[in-house]
Structures are given as structure tokens and as C-alpha cells.
Design a binder for this molecule. Structure first.
Ligand SMILES: Nc1ncnc2c1ncn2[C@@H]1O[C@H](COP(=O)(O)OP(=O)(O)O)[C@@H](O)[C@H]1O
Ligand SMILES: [Mg+2]
Length: 257
């Protein structure tokens, strides 16, 4: 393992009862990259991410995060590692009874003792960072559009200035224009903040515009990993089906197999 490795999974297998989800997965995420984790629905993408942050344990194999072996550290050390991560869960998942301000302030209040005035400044800074007007701070999630909910969830994920960001289907449910604006915004933030990210997605535009590498989960394994061009050339049937459809050809052009 090199100093640039942020996440390393080795021989990871996951079973729920007699249902096998992952079989002998090796996966490495290096500092600064945006890795797109791609696979069919139910292929085990969310479970893999939960294992990367120690929310789930694999049935076999090893996971290390920031060089620390997750199967051999105590709860306190794990919590410290998680403080270095931001997570945008599938569907945005804001607390519906809390205002936008309270949602973004939540991780700040939960994990660190900070004075009130500083929390307020940080929340407004995060809202600005994701392109939201400070006026939305007093609104409830039900009063926001889908695109705004994703931005608030992103602001919350960024609250602790994470080195590592997990985004689970960040553009699903957004219309194409809103999705594109969101991806464009993420690109700008990545240039500015230089985090490492793992992004679960089905969105070909997002893979093309945002991801520096892709990992394809199919048949319980990572069947291809590398730059989009390397993955496209892998020839796996799942990859071919994804890239050679009408949309895949339009987005990836000559790269499509
Ligand atoms: N806690 C669990 N108990 C039993 N089965 C689970 C659990 N979590 C996930 N699974 C199963 O594992 C498979 C992969 O789920 P998931 O990781 O959510 O897939 P994806 O995110 O790729 O859609 C699914 O068949 C799902 O039903
Ligand atoms: Mg999922």
C-alpha cells in the first residue's frame, strides 16, 4: 500500500445468508481521484461503500481507510476516521423536521464542540459553497426543490471539510439540466477543495464529466477498473451494454466500444 492510497479493499466477500453480493473484490482508491462506482441496481454498490466506512463488515477480506485496518481498530478510532469523511446518502436523506440550517449544522454539533457563532458562520459558508442563497436556511426540506435538497445534503456532507466524500447516486431523481448544474458545481468544488471522492452512479454524463476513474461492479466482482477509456476497452458485456447504447455513444463518443 502506498501513502496515496485512501481506501484499500482486499479479497472482500459479502454474503447475506446464502445470498452472495460480493466475491473476492480488490479495490483501491487513491488520493485526489473521483472514482465512479458503477453497477446494476442490487449489485452491491451501497453495501460496498458502507464497508469502506465501517458501517458494515464484509464476510471475508480486509478494508483499510486512511491506512487503518477497519477490522482491527476500536470504535473511537473508527469514529475519528469517519470524521474525515462526508457522506451524501442515496436520496439526499435530510431530517424532515429540521430546517436547512439545522440540517447543515447537525454534523458540526454532533462531532465537534464549536461555539455557536462559529457554527453559524460555517453553515452559511457551506450554503454559499454549494450555490444556495442564505435565505433558504430557515426552510424545511419539504419546501425545497429536488435539486436544492441535493445541494443541502452536499453542504451537510461538506460541513466537516472532509478529505474523502461519498456520494450515493447524487443526480438520481434530478432533471437533466439540474443534474448537469449539480455535477458542474461538484467539479468546481473538487478543483477548489481537492477532496477524494467515491461516487455511485448510473449517470453517464456524470461519469464522463466528473469521474477520473471508474470501477464496474458486475457478477459480484469488480470486472473493470481504470480511466473511462480503459474501462470502455475492457470488453465486459455489462460495460459494452452501458457504453454502446445510444446515450453511451453520445456521451463517450469514439471511446464507446
Ligand atoms: N442488511 C442487509 N441484509 C440483507 N440483505 C441486504 C442487506 N443490505 C443489502 N442487502 C442486499 O444486498 C444486495 C445489494 O444491495 P445494495 O448494496 O443496496 O445494492 P445497490 O446499491 O447496488 O443497489 C441486494 O440484494 C440487497 O437486498
Ligand atoms: Mg444503492
Amino acid at each position: 500500500m502506498t501513502a496515496d492510497t485512501v481506501i484499500a479493499m482486499e479479497h472482500v466477500s459479502t454474503r447475506f445468508g446464502d445470498h452472495t453480493v460480493h466475491e473476492d473484490i480488490d479495490l483501491r482508491v487513491v488520493r485526489g481521484e473521483i472514482l465512479g462506482l458503477v453497477g446494476g441496481s442490487g449489485s452491491g454498490k451501497t453495501t460496498l461503500v458502507r464497508e469502506m466506512i465501517g458501517l458494515d463488515q464484509p464476510s471475508a477480506g480486509h478494508v483499510s481507510l486512511f491506512g487503518e485496518p477497519l477490522d482491527r481498530i476500536d470504535a473511537e478510532a473508527l469514529a475519528a476516521l469517519r470524521n474525515r469523511c462526508g457522506v451524501l446518502f442515496q436520496g439526499g436523506a435530510l431530517f424532515s423536521a429540521l430546517t436547512v440550517f439545522e440540517n447543515v449544522a447537525f454534523p458540526l454539533q454532533e462531532y465537534r464542540v464549536i461555539e455557536h457563532a462559529l457554527i453559524r458562520d460555517l453553515v452559511y459558508m457551506k450554503l454559499r459553497q454549494v450555490g444556495l442563497d442564505p435565505g433558504v436556511a430557515t426552510r424545511l426540506p419539504a419546501e425545497l426543490s429536488g435539486g436544492m435538497v441535493k445541494r443541502v445534503a452536499l453542504a451537510r456532507a461538506l460541513a466537516l471539510e472532509p478529505e474523502l466524500l461519498f456520494l450515493d447516486e447524487p443526480t438520481s431523481g434530478l432533471d437533466p439540466v439540474t443534474a448537469q448544474a449539480f455535477v458542474h458545481h461538484l467539479q468546481g468544488l473538487h478543483r477548489e477543495l481537492r477532496f477524494t471522492a467515491v461516487v455511485i452512479t448510473h449517470d453517464l454524463d456524470l461519469m464522463h464529466d466528473l469521474c477520473t476513474a471508474l470501477a464496474i461492479l458486475a457478477d459480484h466482482r469488480i470486472v473493470a477498473q481504470g480511466t473511462p477509456a480503459e474501462v470502455a476497452a475492457s470488453g465486459h458485456p455489462f460495460v459494452t451494454a452501458m457504453f454502446s447504447g445510444e446515450r453511451g455513444r453520445r456521451v463517450f463518443g469514439a471511446m464507446a466500444p
